[in-house]
Design a protein around this ligand. Structure first.
Ligand SMILES: C[S@@+](CC[C@H](N)C(=O)[O-])C[C@H]1O[C@@H](n2cnc3c(N)ncnc32)[C@H](O)[C@@H]1O
Length: 254
């Protein structure tokens, strides 16, 4: 007799609460008949209150500047995969998430884009206090970044609140949450830290969350840390790296 995915997810949540490790729960999930894949909206699991509700977005400038955000790769992948769920790791002001949302909307897909970011900045945003586009954009208040609010304002200004769900925690922790809740995605975009060990950890954490036939892709092939990590992960797992415009890709077999 098989138990429903919802019940499995609930049992895993309870087991985790009582001290079972994620490793043990993951093995149990792999052995389960359904393989585990939550098909509802993650927003409903993640936020009890709408994160955009009452947000005064008009008081923020129109600034969704970022890196690699307008790449044609986003539109091509959305058209090819017609995703039901997209996870983005590294969102900054929302440039790439908004591009993805635009393509999802154009195709009329009933999809959800979950943005994982601490909104505290990556290493390179903290190394040069004179760099307005990086350190300056963190917009510190009393020493703490307020970049998240610029992201929220950009999503509101574009009218994409229903498509984009923020998840403001470290990438590996978010992946653990997704695993615990059986949340998988058709497209996963990796654009968080560019340091080799961090990128490698993101790859290890998110690869298992890609649905069969889905794509894990990312930015910044030109960064040593990214390239070395992707090459190492692909080699260790017998995967082929392909390239689409400025993005690298790993395709999960269907
Ligand atoms: C290069 S920016 C993302 C650019 C964005 N995709 C765009 O279109 O402009 C990298 C982002 O990753 C986030 N980040 C870095 N390391 C992270 C981690 N370990 N967990 C979560 N977010 C992280 C930073 O806060 C930053 O916003």
């Amino acid at each position: 007799m098989s138990i429903s995915r919802c019940a499995q997810s609930w049992i895993k949540g309870v087991a985790y609460h009582f001290g079972f490790s994620l490793r043990r729960l993951r093995v149990a999930s792999r052995n389960a008949a359904s393989g585990g894949d939550f098909t509802g909206k993650v927003r409903s699991l993640l936020h009890k209150v709408d994160p955009y509700e009452g947000f005064p977005w008009q008081s923020y400038p129109d600034d969704a500047s970022g890196w690699g955000s307008a790449s044609p790769a986003f539109g091509e992948l959305v058209a090819a995969k017609r995703p039901q769920r997209i996870i983005e790791v590294g969102t900054w002001k929302g440039g790439s998430a908004l591009t993805l949302a635009e393509h999802v909307a154009q195709l009329g897909l009933d999809a959800e884009i979950i943005c994982v970011d601490t909104w505290l900045g990556a290493l390179e945003m903290w190394t040069d206090q004179e760099d307005e586009s990086r350190f300056g954009s963190l917009a510190l208040k009393h020493g703490y970044p307020t970049l998240y609010y610029q992201f929220l304002a950009n999503v509101c200004r574009a009218g994409r609140q229903s498509l984009i769900t923020p998840f403001p925690i470290p990438s590996v922790t978010a992946a653990q949450w997704f695993a615990l809740r059986d949340v998988r995605a058709d497209l996963i975009y990796i654009d968080g830290s560019h340091e080799e060990e961090d990128v490698y950890q993101d790859l290890v954490s998110y690869w298992d969350l890609v649905r069969p036939g889905g794509v894990l892709f990312g930015d910044d092939w030109g960064w040593d840390g990214v390239r070395f990590a992707v090459e190492r992960f692909a080699r260790e797992n017998g995967l082929t790296i392909t390239h689409r415009h400025d993005k690298w890709e790993l395709v999960r077999p269907a």
